[in-house]
Design a protein. Structure first.
Length: 287
């Protein structure tokens, strides 16, 4: 576990070296993780530096459709931003430390706020494919936690507070932006499960009883890791399908990737206006 800290510093060093050659003095203020099928948003980045995950030490290549596997740094509507285009998942066989390694790396670059996006199934019966849901809180039902094992004091406290797993201030800003743009925005609790199987109808009923509104196989590990590092977190879930038992249709990943197109336009519009308002304070990065 102590090697994780050294690995983070190693990866940060490579990113900083490349950035110094591309755009001297560039320091990212906001980080964005793009979930399944949401990678087209990076087309709006000005003067981008594109680094495939396979070029970064201690990263892995992505294997899931809709996850390009690239880190992209540049100006997004006037804000120095770093995007993670795709993520790793526990169900792919990775340890939690691998899943959150990209998040820890961009937090160590000095971002102040991390915006997490994903494709999710709707548990709450009010949700429909194409809806955007602002994540107010989460349920970790993955059976694992990225902070297990010896605590790295350089990253954060042994027992980090999760009262605001998703920052109240960030949520307020995103709600204001959605209202200004007349974009309907649902709100709810995101439930993370291990996968890779989709949930059974009985499991969906259980998750609803526990208070979940949407379900997916990501996001929560990254939210925990960022909170541990003292970085504010915001989350937006793109509802791509009704969870099992709420529709007669069979669930497929192809449907998820296709249906995310229903909400990617509104998601992009919200990010365009929200990211400049989400700049906040200073995060010098880890030492």
């Amino acid at each position: 576990m102590p090697k994780v800290y050294d690995h983070i510093l190693e990866s940060v060093g490579v990113v900083q070296e490349r950035m110094a050659k591309h755009s001297p003095g560039f320091l990212p203020e906001i980080g964005v993780v793009l979930g399944s099928g949401l990678g087209t948003i990076v087309d709006q980045i000005e003067n981008p530096l594109v680094i495939p995950y396979t070029d970064l030490p201690n990263f892995h290549g992505t294997s899931i459709e809709g996850h390009a596997g690239r880190m992209i740094l540049g100006q997004f509507h006037g804000v120095n931003t770093v995007f993670l285009q795709g993520r790793f998942h526990v169900y792919e066989g990775y340890d939690m430390s691998d899943v959150v390694f990209p998040t820890r790396t961009i937090c160590a670059l000095g971002i102040q706020t991390l915006l997490l996006t994903n494709a999710s199934g709707g548990i709450n019966t009010r949700l429909r494919p194409g809806d955007l849901m602002l994540i107010e809180d989460h349920l970790n039902l993955m059976g694992d936690n990225p902070l297990k094992g010896p605590n790295l004091a350089q990253l954060g406290p042994r027992f980090p507070d999760m009262s605001e797993a998703c920052s109240i201030d960030c949520r307020r800003i995103i709600e204001e932006v959605a209202t200004e743009l007349s974009i309907p925005l649902q709100k709810g609790v995101y439930t993370a499960v291990l996968g890779p199987t989709y949930e059974t109808p009985a499991e969906v009923r259980m998750l609803r009883t526990l208070g979940g509104d949407a379900v997916g196989m990501s996001t929560v590990p990254e939210a925990i890791a960022a909170n541990h590092l003292g970085v504010r977190v915001a989350g937006l879930a793109c509802i791509t399908n009704l969870a099992a038992g709420l529709s007669s249709r069979k669930l497929t990943h192809a449907e998820v990737v296709e249906n995310v197109k229903l909400s990617v336009g509104n998601l992009a519009r919200i990010l365009e206006r929200a990211i400049p308002r989400l700049k906040y304070g200073k995060n010098p990065g880890i030492k």
